[in-house]
Design a protein around this ligand. Structure first.
Ligand SMILES: C[S@@+](CC[C@H](N)C(=O)[O-])C[C@H]1O[C@@H](n2cnc3c(N)ncnc32)[C@H](O)[C@@H]1O
Length: 402
């Protein structure tokens, strides 16, 4: 067993189970997870070291090896389809277990939610050999490395910085650069590894960098490319075939408030106070609609404008145009930070002169209607009238308060 372990790749992964699901893991020799941790399962390569962790009784089992790469629905009927991100496992030698493992995991800086690097994998292997003899006090104390942002559960997103992780994403000096967290959250929710993502207005290339790290293909365009992997193109006409793209992200100009470049086709030279601005962006929307696969998602980030005592609801106007082509999945509010006006002086002025600084941007999450939903919107629905429950005191014709 020792020799076999030494020749293995050094990456490790812990898969979680519960008292309810543990038996099936062993019976099928299949470890699995749900959508929240899908990336973890999909990142497993054949030959990686695996551990199984029962969260209910705090017991770790090992050592296993991945018999396959991680994938979706390797055995679709397992756990009644509840945990579709799976990897086939095989044991290496006899299975050993360690109870009350939480303390050791915390000491080694291990969270079962993250993959294990070489150092942590080795520590855990060593620990599992003889948990009762292992002297935790002399083991190195490591910190949990959170190099991926959390997935958002609400419609209010607030980021302290532009980027995350060890590699930078985009260029935080680029005017109007997008927080990488936004793109990360969108592609994690709406795409799978290997899917094609397009950014028609890529700026400093944040979308490219996030996609690369998450294993998504990405084509990025800009009217004035800032780097070699961004293709020069006017977003009003995207050189891709119809129904071909899995997700689009756009952080478009919000008007002429930022000087991006002098290209004559730069939409950021048109004022958001004119209809022309929206007409030109509508051309981009049409193109996005054409190249997206039916049922797939477009994320459009936009902010309102307040200039020279005049408010322009850029967000509402953009949403109105988007709604001509797309169904709404949701509207997210992204907190605006790090703006030049986010200073004490400006806050003071806003109060003294009775105006507001922009505090948020809209992220419109829109879906190209699928063929089915186009059909269903034409369907006539016959509503059934149900009698009111007994004990409901509201009078006929009045609305129940909930
Ligand atoms: C808000 S910035 C994008 C920021 C980018 N997401 C990033 O993280 O760096 C808007 C971009 O739209 C580009 N743009 C403006 N008009 C365009 C057009 N007609 N076609 C393509 N890109 C355009 C600008 O050059 C600018 O880089």
């Amino acid at each position: 067993m020792k020799e076999k372990q030494q020749t293995l790749l050094s990456r490790g992964h812990i898969f979680a189970c519960t008292n309810k699901t543990e038996r099936e893991c062993f019976d099928r020799m299949l470890f699995s997870t749900n959508k929240v941790y899908s990336e973890k399962a999909l990142g497993v390569k054949k030959g990686d070291i695996l551990f199984l962790y029962n969260l209910d009784n705090d017991t770790l089992y090992g050592v296993f090896q991945a018999k396959s790469d991680g994938g979706k629905d390797i055995i679709p009927e397992a756990w009644n389809g509840k945990y579709p991100y799976q990897v086939e496992a095989e044991k290496i030698g006899e299975i050993t277990s360690a109870k009350k493992i939480r303390k050791a995991l915390s000491k080694f800086g291990i969270s079962w939610k993250n993959g294990l690097d070489e150092e942590r994998t080795k520590l855990l292997l060593e620990y599992l050999k003889n948990p009762s003899e292992f002297d935790l006090s002399v083991a190195p104390s490591l910190k949990i490395e959170e190099n991926k942002p959390p997935l958002e559960a609400t419609t209010l997103w607030n980021y302290p910085r532009q980027s995350y992780g060890k590699l930078s994403k985009g260029n935080n000096k680029y005017p109007g650069v997008t927080p990488a967290f936004i793109i990360y959250n969108l592609i994690r929710r709406y795409t799978e590894p290997g899917d094609l993502v397009v950014d028609p207005m890529a700026g400093s290339g944040t979308t490219l960098d996030v996609c690369k790290e998450e294993g998504r293909d990405c084509i990025a365009y800009d009217i004035a490319p800032t780097r070699e992997d961004i293709i020069q193109n006017n977003a009003r006409k995207i050189p891709l075939s119809d129904n071909n793209v899995d997700m689009i992200f756009i952080d478009s100009p919000y008007g002429d408030n930022i000087k991006y470049n002098d290209h004559p086709d730069n939409i950021g030279k048109i004022s958001a106070e004119t209809e022309n601005f929206y007409d030109e962006l509508e051309k981009v929307m049409k193109e996005c609609h054409r190249i997206l696969k039916p049922g797939k998602v477009l994320g459009w980030l936009i902010g309102d404008q307040w200039v020279k005592k005049k408010f322009t609801p850029v967000g509402f106007n953009i949403y109105q145009r988007l709604s001509k082509y797309f169904e709404t999945v949701d509207v997210i509010s992204v907190v605006r930070r790090n703006q030049t006006s986010n200073t004490g002086i400006w806050h003071n002025r806003a109060i003294r002169f009775n105006f507001y600084l922009r505090g948020f941007k809209y992220l419109f999450v829109m879906r190209k209607p699928s063929f089915d939903s186009e059909q269903s919107s034409k369907r006539v629905v016959n509503w059934t009238q149900y009698p009111r429950r007994k004990g409901n005191k509201s009078k006929k014709g009045t609305t129940n308060e909930i």
